[in-house]
Design a binder for this molecule. Sequence first.
Ligand SMILES: Cc1cc2nc3c(=O)[nH]c(=O)nc-3n(C[C@H](O)[C@H](O)[C@H](O)COP(=O)(O)O)c2cc1C
Length: 204
Amino acid sequence: MKRILLLECSPHRQEASGSQMARQLIARRWPSAEVIERDLAGEPLPPVSAEYASALTGSAPFDDPAFACSEVLIAELEASDCLIIVTPMHNFNVPAALKLWIDYVLRIHRSFTTSAQGKVGLLQDRPTLVLVSAGGFYHGEQARQSDFLSAYLRHVLSTLGITQVEFVHQQGMALGAESVQAALNAVLPQLEKTTNFFSSPPRR
Ligand SMILES: Cc1cc2nc3c(=O)[nH]c(=O)nc-3n(C[C@H](O)[C@H](O)[C@H](O)COP(=O)(O)O)c2cc1C
């Protein structure tokens, strides 16, 4: 059975339009999939502690208690064969809740290693969809602000070994009802262009 890890990063939780879109997509494409949900905004992860920081930089063993939260989150990734991230843009980047998840999952010696060529991911590649919601425009012809989110998240995921990443942009969500409707209307055509999540036949 297909296992999907769904990372939800909006303070609006399941009320966020991106979350509803992701759930509809899953129900339509993979009705029998097992969905592992991680509500990063609604059930925040603990802040990075001194113990975790020391264990990470001190190359502590994987079973060090300081790695407990990190191990759970990495295991969720390892147990899934596809990843969906639903996230708002917060100040041109990922929200703090998602950044914290990254700080636990992107872990030297565990999820990536180093080589003469740079960092190398240790996790299996898998189809990944990132659904971004933003109040203004950061992508395309109407972009009027910097976008540190897309390149950053792509880089983080590729450092883990995840390169099959496709983005869907829901923009102009804070610019009035007409703009919101236009943004929602623009999502389906973008999804239809994704190769891993819409056009291709279900993998299993
Ligand atoms: C703290 C905070 C920072 C934000 N920063 C940006 C930003 O940099 N650019 C932008 O276009 N919208 C920004 N917004 C607006 C949200 O991205 C927008 O409302 C989005 O649609 C929220 O999606 P959600 O309902 O999935 O949480 C910000 C909102 C908050 C709460």
